[in-house]
Design a protein around this ligand. Structure first.
Ligand code: OSB
Ligand code: MG
Length: 367
């Protein structure tokens, strides 16, 4: 498919309420869209890096800059038979996985239109619906956490993830466990802990959590392996897995028993599938996380989450819980904790009007 033109769009989306994590607060969501014309098909992809380099090093201005200076020139005007061929064209560029994801997903969108096949089918998906969980940001009080957990459980969400940080961990988890009993519950530390906090981490180990996500440093696997030997709760890696090779090494040294695959963090769906496969080979289950994508990014996340080794519920609360407005006219819904896997991004009806409303900067490059 020949890439005739690419538009890069930087958007700033107002949120209903800030999302606080151990590393900082998201009170306006930056995101980068790629709009591509390949063989006359129009596709969109999203690179949802945060505004600041606090989750992983890449941040939104950088996503835009890398696309403009390196990635777009490497693919514009060229012909690619498959997404794998597209990815090979910029394999020499290190890092910047959110930028790569935006570009690759726009191509996947065009590619699935051309093949006339649902994206999930092309990827090898085996589910028609996926289980949704919510990720709860850090709250001022335990009561706020309990109120929100009650809402989500009433709506049928399949598991609850609680963001934790030193000082706001064991007490919160204890309160949720006591009030809601035997629910699927997990905690995400976003690298706020070190092995010096081992007593706290061992205390969390007694709450029968489905997993504890990335408690230690964002680029670590060695200390996570030390931790995993001392607790029975499965350690799940998020920040420190950027590729299938990272996954293989982490599994090899016993650093985790579960991996959260976010397409944005690992550079797209091609790499997500490789990680899925490596994990499957080693009996390590995976699930799909997110970085507060709009429905455009969520479409790709939902599609890849239909693969067989995605055996834990996804972080996939609908955008309406976070954004004042999304960028589509028909956002997905969570019903009884389930999301139907849509065949094409166009089923969400991407809105050019909404994109224009929130675009802060955009440029088009033509072959
Ligand atoms: O660690 O999973 C994380 C959001 C931004 C950055 C990191 C994380 C998150 C979330 C939200 O937990 C998941 C989502 O609903 O997109
Ligand atoms: Mg996480």
């Amino acid at each position: 498919m020949k890439i005739n033109s690419i538009e890069i769009i930087h958007l700033k989306l107002p949120v209903i309420k800030s999302f606080r994590v151990s590393f900082g607060t998201v009170s306006e969501k930056d995101t980068i869209l790629v709009k591509m014309d390949a063989d006359g098909y129009i596709g969109y992809g999203e690179g949802a890096a945060l505004q600041d380099p606090l989750y992983v090093p890449e941040y939104s201005d950088e996503t835009y800059a890398i696309l403009k200076k390196y990635l777009v020139p490497l693919v514009l005007g060229k012909d690619f038979g498959t997404p794998e061929e597209l990815v090979a064209a910029y394999a020499s560029i290190r890092g910047h996985n959110f930028a790569k994801t935006a570009l690759e997903c726009a191509f996947w969108d065009c590619y699935s239109q051309k093949l006339g096949k649902p994206l999930a089918d092309i990827l090898g998906g085996t589910r028609t619906e996926i289980e949704a969980g919510e990720s709860l940001g850090i709250r001022e009080s335990i009561e706020e956490v309990l109120d929100e957990v009650a809402l989500r459980l009433a709506e049928g969400y399949k598991r609850i993830k609680i963001k934790i940080e030193p000082g706001k961990d064991v007490k919160v988890i204890d309160a949720v466990r006591k009030k809601f009993g035997d629910i699927k519950l997990m905690a995400d530390g976003n690298s706020a802990y070190t092995l010096a906090h081992i007593e706290t981490l061992k205390a969390l180990d007694s709450y029968d959590l489905t997993m504890i996500e990335q408690p230690l440093a964002y680029d670590d696997i060695v200390d996570h392996a030390t931790l995993q030997k001392q607790i029975k709760t499965p350690v799940c890696l998020d920040e420190s897995i950027l590729s299938a090779e990272d996954a293989r090494k982490a599994i090899e040294i016993g650093a985790c028993k579960i991996i959260n695959i976010k397409p944005g963090r690992v550079g797209g769906l091609v790499e997500s599938k490789k990680i899925h496969d490596v994990c499957q080979k080693h009996g390590v289950g995976v699930w799909c996380g997110g970085v507060l994508e709009t429905c455009i990014g969520r479409f790709f996340n939902i599609s890849i989450a239909s693969l067989p080794n995605y055996i834990y519920p996804a972080d996939m609360s609908p955008s309406a819980l976070f954004f004042r407005e999304d960028l589509v006219d028909s956002p997905f819904e969570v019903k009884d904790g389930l999301i139907q896997v849509p065949p094409h991004l166009s089923d969400f009806r991407v809105s050019e009007a909404l994109i224009s409303k929130y675009a802060s900067h955009r440029e088009t490059f033509s072959a």
